[in-house]
Design a binder for this molecule. Sequence first.
Ligand SMILES: Cc1cc2nc3c(=O)[nH]c(=O)nc-3n(C[C@H](O)[C@H](O)[C@H](O)COP(=O)(O)OP(=O)(O)OC[C@H]3O[C@@H](n4cnc5c(N)ncnc54)[C@H](O)[C@@H]3O)c2cc1C
Length: 382
Amino acid sequence: MTRNGDRPDLLVVGGGVIGLSVARDVARRGLRVTVLDRDEPGRGASWAAAGMLSPLAEAHASRPFLEFGLASLRMYGDWVRELESEVGESVEYRECGKLLLAFTRSGSARLDEQERLARRYSVSASRAEPEWLRREDPDLARSVRGALLVEEDYRVDNRLLVRALEGGARRARVEIRAGTAVREIRIQGDRALGVILEDGSSLDAGTILVAAGAWSGRLEGLSRTVPIRPVRGQMLSLAPEQLPSRRMLEAEEGYLVPRDDGRLLVGGTMEEVGFRPGNTVRGIRELLESAIHLVPSLESAPIVDFWSGFRPASIDGHPILGPDPEVRDLFVATGHYRNGILLAPLTARTMGAVITGETEASLPPEFLPSRLLAHEGSGGAS
Ligand SMILES: Cc1cc2nc3c(=O)[nH]c(=O)nc-3n(C[C@H](O)[C@H](O)[C@H](O)COP(=O)(O)OP(=O)(O)OC[C@H]3O[C@@H](n4cnc5c(N)ncnc54)[C@H](O)[C@@H]3O)c2cc1C
């Protein structure tokens, strides 16, 4: 890639966990990078998330997804320690484990499935006996039929993470422009030249990366729409007198994630309602019922706050990572759906290598944008 005047080598559209991680990685490889975000960076899905790092939770997922997720999890510790030392702040990365709880027959079948997956992928997980559960976490509901302790399931504070990534990117000399909305990717012939902003002005760049999360499909100018749809997730947080467990807790109906300050996050709804923002009575009720079902004493816990966000979902559930198949100098990194926080380190490393043309770059073929040509006419962005 050659340098040309003031234009950046890479222009990243979207400053969520994905855009910031890739920007920082590419800048550390020596390229000049600019990130554009129409709001404050990191206030999209990356802000709304729970910060669970749980690859096996996607039991239905494909082998490439599970392998990518596990590889990303296994590089997380080193990745965040380096970031924390760069910016001098903690991102609350905790190797805390997760208790998967079953209350019903289908819940028990899910535990069996997760245990099989754990064995297949050499993830440390074991059945928790009821007596052990009662001793460890006495506030858990008595109606628990079974539990699986997945030790290799971790958590991070995603809000602290995006702030640190922003700091790390700036330290790597990434220019970050908040309040800068991109309307269109400017393409001439078969080459991407830059972007056109909402105010009509344009910016040139050597290469462009589309990392606008659930909104990636709304960008104009692309020869084909990036087929991404938003899946709304509502969440809330509680301030119980005492955390019910130092681990994350999950059952079929929802999950509870502790924070170091004593809050307990309750998540998360899955709603196909387009880009309708906000919380609803039904969503909050669902969350509260699931929290009380898992830990009845939470009934008296104060509610701290509630929020929602849009997960970027692709047609086949896989992320969309790599070069555009038809337009040169255009790359895509989106579609991380329920796992963008987990997948950020490996997305950054592989996309960084692909964008800078380094040879070790290897992206699963199942994630490449070119696979979507086969889905033409089968739906698309909504
Ligand atoms: C409720 C909920 C819970 C979740 N829990 C977890 C979890 O526990 N673990 C996990 O790994 N993942 C979780 N996720 C998923 C994870 O949050 C996402 O996969 C991830 O944040 C996606 O990151 P992103 O950078 O692609 O998108 P975003 O974080 O949404 O960032 C996209 C950015 O692009 C900007 N943008 C959009 N359009 C434009 C434009 N035209 N011009 C300029 N900028 C633009 C936006 O302002 C935004 O900052 C959860 C998501 C939700 C909603």
